[in-house]
Design a protein around this ligand. Structure first.
Ligand code: SF4
Length: 62
């Protein structure tokens, strides 16, 4: 499973990281690191929860 974080939509709520800290890295300002993420095996459910928790819909499952 891969995800994409859209930097233009991310507002730094960090809810994605709260649900899945092993999947969503944050930068120094608390924004999700943008770009493609290869979800580690066994972290798919947490990754989906993180994507769904994003109020800006900045995370897309590809
Ligand atoms: S929850 Fe969404 S807006 Fe907030 S840091 Fe994560 S990707 Fe960005």
């Amino acid at each position: 499973m891969r995800l994409v974080v859209d930097q233009g939509k991310c507002c730094g709520h960090a809810r994605c990281n709260d649900r899945a800290p092993d999947v969503f890295a944050l930068d120094d300002l608390g924004y999700a690191v943008a770009g493609e993420i290869e979800v580690p095996e066994g972290k798919e459910d947490a990754a989906l929860a993180g994507a769904r928790a994003c109020p800006e819909r900045a995370v897309t499952v590809v």
